[in-house]
Ligand binder design. Sequence first.
Ligand SMILES: Nc1ncnc2c1ncn2[C@@H]1O[C@H](COP(=O)(O)OP(=O)(O)OP(=O)(O)O)[C@@H](O)[C@H]1O
Ligand SMILES: [Mg+2]
Length: 245
Amino acid sequence: MSLLELAGVGKQFRGLRALSDVDMSVSEGEIVGVIGPNGAGKTTLFNVICGALKPDSGRVRFAGDDVTGRRPEVLARAGMVRTFQLMRPFASMSVAENVSLAAQHHTRGAARLRGHAMDVVDRVGLAEWAHRPATELPTAGLKRLELARALAAGPRVLLLDEVLAGLLPAEREPVLDLLAELRERDGTTLVFIEHIMAAVMRLSDRVVVLDQGAVLATGTPDEVTADPRVIDAYLGEEPTTHADA
Ligand SMILES: Nc1ncnc2c1ncn2[C@@H]1O[C@H](COP(=O)(O)OP(=O)(O)OP(=O)(O)O)[C@@H](O)[C@H]1O
Ligand SMILES: [Mg+2]
């Protein structure tokens, strides 16, 4: 059974078709990569799934419920958690405090909340930064903090928007290991938008290719990378990664 299912999802911005008739299905425990050129609609897709944007048409189902148009906080409490392409931590708070905030809805008591936050901070490799202001983190640290906040929220499905962008190759490895472990150890379902194809190839069970708001192809990493339409629309060109949330 699908944990997450989209049927006929469409979204326009003042006449621009950002998403048209998108069908997508993600099974529990699956890792699905989402790729496509800049402006293909990948982040918009996440915004619709997570309730940040209402689709103009179509339905989103999560864990058997029709959740179309439900608010992001409500969905997050049900286990639908996302990271943002552009990280915006609370500047006046420490790394650990930022993570605690994300866990507040399911962990009661200040001491337990602190303990839980520290576990997560440690898990993403930020232990020595725990009590420093979030603003002091370098890019790689901010990415880890964004991941930590998502983990602290207790995801059943985790939607990751370019968590590797801006990281050096050596900094990507531990993040990829952590994501693989999340599925293996915690059974977390992952949907991740990524431009770095080596990561897509390594992590994905299945890849969804978006182009101009529509699903161009779906298949195993080997299938989609051999698909001439995908090579034409995306893989033939050098992608640019940038933070535009
Ligand atoms: N809030 C918005 N208002 C108006 N247009 C928007 C809005 N959000 C996205 N768009 C437009 O919708 C299209 C899809 O944008 P989206 O951010 O989903 O692309 P993307 O695939 O995530 O691209 P990237 O790889 O650059 O992050 C783009 O043309 C974008 O300019
Ligand atoms: Mg995007």
